[in-house]
Design a protein around this ligand. Sequence first.
Ligand code: FA5
Length: 357
Amino acid sequence: MTTSPLAELSTHVSQLRDRIDGAQTLEQLLEDEVFIIGKRSILSTLQKSLGALAPEDRKDAGAQLQGARREVEGVFAQRRASLERAQRALAIEADRLDLGDVVVAQVALPLAVGHPGIVAATQRQLEDVFVAMGFTVADGPEVESDWYNFEALNIPPAHPARGMWDTFYVDLGEPETVVLRTHTSPTQIHLLEDAVAAGTLPIHSVMPGRCYRRDTPDARHLAAFHQIEGLVVDRGITFADLAGVIETFTHAYFGADISSRLRPAYFPFTEPSAEFEITCTICRGAGCRTCSQTGWIELGGCGMLDPAVFAAVGVDGREWSGFAFGFGIDRCAQMRHQIADMRALIDNDVRFLRQFS
Ligand code: FA5
C-alpha cells in the first residue's frame, strides 16, 4: 500500500501558518512568499507529486490540496495587509507635524501679514483722488483688437505713429490683429461706444490697468506697467478744464510743493496734445540719472479729443467736446516714493517691499 503524498498536508499547512505569523515585517513576509505560496512552497511540490497518483485518486487529492492552498493564501493575504497597515502608520507617524510646536512658534514670533504691493496701493490712491474730483472708475480688457488699440484712436495700419508703441502681438486670428494693449487709451473707445449705444453721454471716468510694450526695462520703464486713463466728454469742455484737472491732481497726489508743466506733444487721438511733467522728486529739479539730468519727469500724455475719434465712435462733435489723459501708475509710485530705479518695483526684494507696508 502506497502512502498518499497528502498524508502530512495538515501538518504542512500548520507549519506554513506559523511561518506566516512569524514574519515580523512586510519585507520579511515578502521575502518568504516564494517558500510559502510560491514555486518553492511545499504546496507546489505536492501539486507536482499528484501526477503519480492513480487517476481515480487524483481528483480528490487535487481538491484537498486546492483547499489547503486557499487557506494558506488567505492567511498570507491577511498578514500582508496587516503588516502594510503597520508600515503606513509608522510612515505617517514619522511625517507627523507637531502642531503643538507650530502653535508655540506662532505665539513666539510675530505673524508676517501681507499688504497690497506698492503699485496696487498707488492705483487705489489715484482712484481715490479722481473719485473725489467727481470721476467714476471703469475697467477695460488687456488683450485688444487692432481696432481698439490703434484704428479707432486714429492710428490706421502702417501709420508711422504705430512706432510710438512697440507692440506685443497675440497669436490669434489674422497676423498682427490682436495685441496686448500698449496703453489704456483703447478703454476710452469702449466707454464711448457703450455710452453712444446706451445714450448715456456725458462721461467723466478714469480707467486704470496694466499695459505691455516691448520696452527694455530701465530706470523709468518696464515691459509690463500700469497706466490710468482719464476721459471727460461733455458739452463745452475746453483745454482749460484739462489743465485744471491736471493741476488739481498734481497737488492732491504729490503735494503743493511739486510743480507740473504741460509741453506741446503729438498723439494721433488728441488735438492739441501735451505731455505732462512734474519736478523730479529724486533730485528736486537739480538733475539726476532717473530724470536724465533734466530735472523733470514725464508722467503722461493728454489733449483734447480728436474729431477723428468722435467720428470713429459716432459722437457728434458739434454737440460734445472732451479731453483725455494717460499717466503711468508705476511712474507716479516712483515719484511719490522717490524710487531711483523703477525695476525695484518688480524685483520682489522683501527688504524693499517692507518699506511700503
Ligand atoms: C500714451 O500711452 C498715451 N496713450 C497717453 C495719452 C492718453 C495721451 C490720452 C493723450 C490722451 P505715452 O506712450 O507717452 O502715452 O505713455 C504715457 C505714460 O505711460 C508715460 O508718460 C509713462 O508715465 C508711462 N509709460 C509709458 N511706457 C512705460 C513703460 N515702458 N514703463 C513704465 N511706464 C511707462
